[in-house]
Design a protein around this ligand. Structure first.
Ligand SMILES: Cc1cc2nc3c(=O)[nH]c(=O)nc-3n(C[C@H](O)[C@H](O)[C@H](O)COP(=O)(O)OP(=O)(O)OC[C@H]3O[C@@H](n4cnc5c(N)ncnc54)[C@H](O)[C@@H]3O)c2cc1C
Ligand code: FES
Length: 331
């Protein structure tokens, strides 16, 4: 029997990740700006299991956004997402303003991009602000499996979603919580925890861009191999507009001009070439397209160094070609 056939025998018959509607079972206000939504199968029953650190894609009004699942992923009867109101009238605000218990919500997934490494000996879990959501999922799965983890949680006083949920896990032997409420405290705590982890530890972090940059720098300074330092980004810093280049669509032979300040994704869409997209910031991986030839300036935060060096794929919402070059995309 192949590994795939063997694995599929263990999938629950309700395993379903295509777009579908789930019922909002409960809405809980966790903080002034963060609400928790519990989503259940409209007909009742179990939902698809998922790897810790997975996310759902949610249709929020006229937007589609990713939100991390906060459960341990094993036999879920409901999916829990916690959403921060950004105050910019976007999809997250829409969820806050429009969803109540009983409503139906279109979702896709779960999708996994931030899974734990199989067989890890110990984990260092780092959460900043709303980045606590996938970290809580990892912590819950580790606690359930009887594993061990140090959890670092950095938050602004009064804005700590799920703090009690993480604190509750510390009742299990081997799960410890370390808290910080300022930038200086967070940096000191990170440096301290990175220095004392047992050999074989994998580290996982999710939080604001600046915290993740410090986490990577401190891990490198403490001698951590890159392969043990994992992270998930919800957002990315703004990028420069890039230079003009052209893209040839292999299936039609059409060559498209991609102007400075316009993404390859937008240029393809404007010319009727369908490409899926989600974040448009280079953090979700949704707009990955195959490339036949051409130099690529990779500007995303998803592809590995290995993926990038192969030169046969790119995330077209942010990555581009050098000035005046041509990229042939396999679409
Ligand atoms: C893997 C992952 C997990 C996440 N988990 C969480 C979480 O647990 N909790 C949380 O609060 N946030 C989470 N986020 C962030 C969340 O998905 C949103 O990015 C964030 O909430 C910002 O939402 P918003 O309402 O301001 O954005 P919106 O205004 O809704 O903007 C984003 C939307 O605008 C669309 N868009 C952007 N540019 C264009 C364009 N030029 N043309 C057309 N459409 C465009 C995007 O496709 C997307 O649908 C996660 C993000 C990722 C990638
Ligand atoms: S749309 Fe998210 S990486 Fe391009």
């Amino acid at each position: 029997m192949t590994a795939t056939a063997h694995a599929s025998r263990h999938l629950h018959p309700a395993y379903e990740t295509a777009p579908r509607r789930l019922r909002v079972a409960r809405v809980v206000r966790l903080t002034e700006t963060i609400a928790h939504f519990e989503l259940a199968h409209p007909g009742g029953g179990a939902l698809a299991a998922y790897q810790p650190g997975s996310h759902l894609i949610v249709t929020a009004g006229d937007k589609r956004n990713a939100y991390s699942l906060v459960g341990d992923g094993l036999n879920p009867m409901a999916y829990g997402i916690s959403v921060m109101r950004r105050g910019d009238g976007g999809g997250s605000d829409w969820l806050h303003d429009n969803l109540s218990a009983g409503d139906l919500l279109e979702v896709e997934g779960p999708r996994s991009m931030f899974a734990p490494i199989l067989g890890q000996r110990h984990a260092l879990l780092v959460a900043g602000g709303i980045g606590v959501t996938p970290v809580l999922s990892h912590a819950r799965a580790i606690a359930r499996a009887g594993g061990t983890a140090d959890v670092v949680y950095s938050y602004r006083p009064g804005h700590a979603a799920h703090r009690e949920d993480i604190a509750a896990l510390t009742g299990a032997p081997g799960i410890a919580l370390f808290e910080a409420t300022s930038v200086d405290e967070t940096l000191a705590l990170l440096a301290d925890r990175l220095a004392v982890q047992p050999l074989g530890t994998h580290a996982y972090a999710c939080g604001p861009v600046s915290m993740l940059d410090s986490y990577q720098q401190l891990a490198a300074a403490a001698g951590w191999p890159k392969a043990r330092v994992h992270l998930e980004r919800f957002t990315a810093p703004e990028q420069d507009p890039g230079s003009p280049f052209t893209a040839t669509v292999a299936s039609t032979g059409h060559t498209i001009d991609v102007a400075s300040g316009v993404s390859l994704l937008q240029s393809l869409l404007d010319h009727g070439v369908p490409v899926p997209s989600l974040c448009r910031q280079g953090v979700c991986g949704e707009c990955r397209i195959p490339v036949r030839s051409g130099d690529i300036e990779h500007r995303d935060l998803v592809l590995s160094d290995e993926d990038k060096s192969r030169g046969d794929t790119m995330l077209c919402c942010v990555s581009r070609g050098p000035e005046g070059s041509n990229i042939e995309v396999d679409l």
